[in-house]
Design a binder for this molecule. Sequence first.
Ligand code: NAD
Length: 495
Amino acid sequence: MQKLEKLDFTISGKTIPPASGEYFESYNPFSGKPWAMVGRGTAEDINHAVQTAKKAFLEGDWPKLTPTERGKLLRKLGDLVAENSERLAKLEVQENGKLIAEMRMQINYLPQWYYYFGGLADKIEGSVLPIDKPEHFAYTLHEPLGVIGMITAWNSPLLLLTWKLAPALAAGNTTVIKPSEFTSASSFEFVKLVHQAGFPPGVVNVVAGFGSEAGEALVTHPDIAKIAFTGGSETGINIYQKAARGLKRVSLELGGKSPNIVFDDCNIENAINGAISAIFAATGQTCIAGSRLLLQRSIHDEFVEKLIKLAKSARMGDPMSNDTQVGPVTTLPQMKKIIEYMEVGKNEGADCLLGGVRATRPECGTGWFVEPTIFTGVNNQMKIAQEEIFGPVLSVIPFDDDDEAVEIANDNAYGLGAGVWTGSVARSINIPRQIRSGTVWVNTYRAVSYMAPFGGYKKSGLGKENGQNAIHEYLQSKTVWVSTGGATQNPFIMR
Ligand code: NAD
C-alpha cells in the first residue's frame, strides 16, 4: 500500500511532529479513501503551543509592533492568500468534498477579511473621559486579551478560521489553532503563508487532533484567555462550561435550523432558486442551511412541484469537476447521521417526495453521497423540523398567514439565519423584525460579508464575527486614572 503523506504541527514557525508520535488518517470524501496522516495532538503538544504563543504575546517582536505595522502584515497575508487561492481551494475540496467552484469563490474572498481588519488595526481608539472628579484625568485603552484558542468545524475550514484570526491578530493577540480532525490540511498550508508574510514565530500556531484530546486540552489550558469556536451546539455548550471554570471568554458560532419563509406575493422563480441553494448548496452542510421551508398554503403545491423538478436536475459527482452541482458529504459518520434522519422523517409520517436514501448513482463512485431529499407534510414539532441534520434534507411546512409564519419560524431552539421571500415592502420590513435570529435575508439567501456582523441568537451561539465590532471580541478595555492635583490628601477625610 502506498505510504501516505504525514502532516505535522506548526509551533513557533517550525514543523513539529506530535509528541506521542501518533497519526490518524484523513479521508477524501469523494473516494472514501485516506489520503494523508495527520498528527494526533495531545495535552503535551497543546501546552507546547500555548507556551510558545504566550511568550510571543509577552516578549519579542510582536508586542513591539505598532498597530499600523500589524495592519501591514495582515494585508500582506491577504495578498499571499490571494496568490495561493487555487492551491488552498483544491486542498479543501480534497478533505471536505465541497464543490471546487464554491471553495474557489470562498478562498478568493478571504483576503478581504485580512484587508478589512488590517485596516482596522490602527483605528481602535480609547477615549478621554469627561471625568466628574476634580483634579483627575481619566482615559481608556483597548488592549489584546492574550493567547486565543481557535477551534473550527470541517465545513469551511479556512473561512471559519479567518473570521476569527483576522480580528484577533489585528487586535494584537497570539493564537493556537485546533482545526477539525476531518479537515486539518488547509490550516497547515495556510500557516506557512502567515510566516511568509512576516508574522513573528509563535504568533500563530497549529496543532491538530481530536476534540476530546487536543480540543479539551486547549479549552482547559490556564494560559488561554479566550476560546473562539465554530461547531455544533452541544460541543459549544460543553466548551462554555469548561471555559467558565477558568473564567475564559468564549465566542460560539453554533448550529442552526433556519426557516426560509415564502409568501404568495413573491417572485416564485427567484424563491425557488433561493430555496434550492439554501438547502442543497454545500450538500446542506452549512450552519445557515435553510432546512425548514415555510410555504404559504395558497402556493404550496405549485411551488413544491417546481422545486422538485429543479432539485431533480442537480448533477452529482466529483466535487473537483466544474460541472458537478451536489458533492459528497464530508465524513462517513455525517453520512450515516443524515440517512438516519431520513428514516426518522419517514417514520414520523412526513411524505418523502424526493431522495431519502444514500446516492448510488454511477458518478458517485465509492464516495459518501446522499440524495437531495425533500419532505412535505412536515409538522414543525417533528424531529426533522426541530433538529439540525447538516445535510441536504429539506422539510416543507405550510402556513396560512404572517402570524403563523412567524410563530413557526421562531418555534425552534436555534436562531442563526432566516429567509423571507415577498414582493411586499411592508412584509420585507415587518417580518425580519419579528424573527429571532442573528441574520435575516429578504429575497436572497446565504449572503455574508467581512463587514456584516454574523452570529446566532438562542442555541446558535454567543458573540458576533465580522463587521467592525468583531475586533472588540478580542480586546479588553482598561481605565487609567491620573491625579493632576499634586499632593494627596489625608486618607481619613472622605470627599
Ligand atoms: P463539532 O462540534 O463536532 O466539532 C467542531 C470542532 O470542535 C472540531 O474541531 C472538534 O474537534 C472540536 N471539538 C469536539 N469536541 C470538543 C471538546 N469537547 N472540546 C474542544 N473541542 C472539541 O462540529 P462539526 O461536526 O465539526 O461541525 C458541524 C457543526 O458546526 C454544525 O452544528 C454546524 O451548524 C456548525 N457550524 C456553525 C457555523 C456558524 O458560523 N454558526 C459555521 C459552520 C459550522
